[in-house]
Design a protein around this ligand. Structure first.
Ligand code: ACO
Length: 429
């Protein structure tokens, strides 16, 4: 199998959103804390009528329909999520009804925001294996990021991406990768009574930075060994980072120049963990940051953290919003608390066939159009919606969603109810 990689991308996020500036006022924090301090503009609002299964069905059905993909073409369906509605039954089994093909490998991958990358790498390996020649794979990556009231709640969000993987792709897996793993307790969901994580925000930032450095240094070494070309932060045409909130990505990107050359005169005497370093480093690479993040980061600024789906949502933004010429390289950094992180590269190429092309993908995603046609709700809705989800989560038996489905887009699956045996049923709008 040759040129295995991405054949199509389909994003989904809820049709309602709120403004972070209004959330600042609602929460009584100083103006600018979320919009400048965290760098977030808006947030997707997920009520109690959507869950990971409904979002997964929505995005998978949409992908299959847009590209006229038959279930029989798919040999593997992998899921990446940390939003579990069941401790045993994998989300993959609930999405099979959209595929209509029982002869399909794969299951759900779980590790905080990393599950999507694990799912994607599994799909790439599946398609690269000669035993599976001719079959394609799909990964569906979906998460609802919901935090308890407090400092983390403005970094909530939700969304899903379905990725079709196969041969003769227009965005092939470049083959250079490096991982960094640690046994840490920065973010985890040990309390099964609530949907929210246990999170130490500061520790999670430190873990993210350490993983970035570990991955980056490993990736650079691997890249140089394989290609005999030098690699620096400015080498890829675009970067896609896991984006819990914009400011963290901005800070992280500015650290890459330091990892390239920690002895450079401009940073002599500066503590990389300090404010002076941050200010100077961000200023030095501001132009590169805007250029190399492209339109990718804009998506998460407007929908919030989508956990496992975050890097794929960023990728959708780059594909739709940037001019991706053949041979351009993208570097992706995926981080999942706990922690597992991987950095890998993707390369743009012209395809031989015309069924799955970059142009078709760009035209069919309708990412910007959908962002623009969302319905704005008041900031108070965030607490109300999460209160409903709390009730559903703590007592799911016999639950019927309280939120109306009027604002959902046509074709969106929604949770009809949960019966007295905890089984969930869905309808489509
Ligand atoms: N105007 C402008 N900036 C402001 C204002 C204001 N009015 N008020 C505060 N700020 C700035 C602060 O100076 C700070 O800037 P800095 O980062 O440059 O120092 C920034 O806003 C954040 O404020 P803090 O008080 O440091 O942090 P806060 O208590 O708001 O918490 C945090 C932020 C830790 C990100 C929290 O939202 C959280 O825990 N989120 C979830 C964890 C997370 O996302 N971790 C990331 C990796 S793991 C993952 O993906 C889940």
């Amino acid at each position: 199998p040759e040129n295995v990689g991405i054949l199509a991308l389909e994003p989904y996020f809820p049709s309602t959103y709120l403004e972070q500036s209004e959330l600042e006022a609602h929460n009584g924090v100083s103006a600018g804390k979320y919009t400048i301090g965290l760098g977030q503009a808006q947030m997707s609002l997920c009520t109690d009528n959507e869950d990971p299964t409904s979002m997964g069905l929505t995005v998978l059905t949409s992908l299959l329909k847009k590209y006229d993909i038959k279930g029989s073409e798919i040999g593997r369906l992998e899921i990446g999520t940390e939003t579990l509605t069941d401790k045993s039954k994998s989300l993959k089994t609930s999405l099979l009804r959209a595929l209509g093909n029982p002869n399909v490998e794969g299951a759900t991958n779980l590790n905080a925001c990393y599950g999507g990358t694990a799912a994607f790498l599994n799909c790439v390996n599946y398609c690269a294996n000669p035993c599976n020649k001719g079959k394609k794979a799909i990964c569906v990556i979906v998460d609802i990021a919901a935090y308890a009231r407090g400092a983390a709640r403005p970094t909530s969000g939700s969304g899903a991406v379905a990725v079709l993987v196969g041969e003769d792709s227009w965005l092939k897996f470049g083959g250079v990768k490096a991982s960094w793993t640690e046994d840490v307790w920065d973010f985890y969901k040990a309390d099964h009574e609530v949907e929210y994580p246990q999170v130490d925000g500061k520790v999670s930032q430190e873990c993210y930075f350490r993983s970035l450095r570990g991955c980056y240094e490993g990736f650079r070494k691997e890249y140089e060994a394989r290609t005999s070309k030098l690699f620096a932060y400015s080498s890829p045409a675009y970067w896609v980072f896991h984006a819990p909130y914009n400011k963290l990505v901005r800070k992280s990107f500015s650290r890459l120049q330091y990892y390239d050359d920690p002895a450079a005169p401009w940073c002599a005497g500066l503590d990389i963990e300090g404010r002076d370093y941050d200010k100077l480093a961000q200023k030095r690479v501001e132009k590169d940051f805007n250029k190399k993040m492209g339109k990718g980061l804009e998506v998460s600024r407007r929908i919030g953290n989508t956990y496992a789906a975050s890097v794929f949502m960023g990728l959708c933004g780059v594909v739709e919003g940037e001019d991706l010429k053949a041979d351009k390289e993208l570097a992706v950094f995926s981080y999942g608390s706990g922690s597992i992180a991987t950095m890998y590269n993707l390369v743009v190429r012209e395809t031989d066939g015309d069924r799955f092309t970059l142009v078709k993908c760009r035209e069919r995603m309708k990412l910007k159009e959908r962002l623009e046609t969302r319905v704005k709700v008041g900031a108070e809705e965030l607490d109300l919606a999460l209160d409903c989800r709390e009730i559903m989560h703590s007592n799911p038996k016999g639950y019927s969603p309280l939120y109306p489905t009027a604002s959902l887009w046509e074709g969106t699956y929604f949770l009809q109810g949960i019966d007295d045996k905890f089984r969930r049923s869905y309808s489509v709008k």
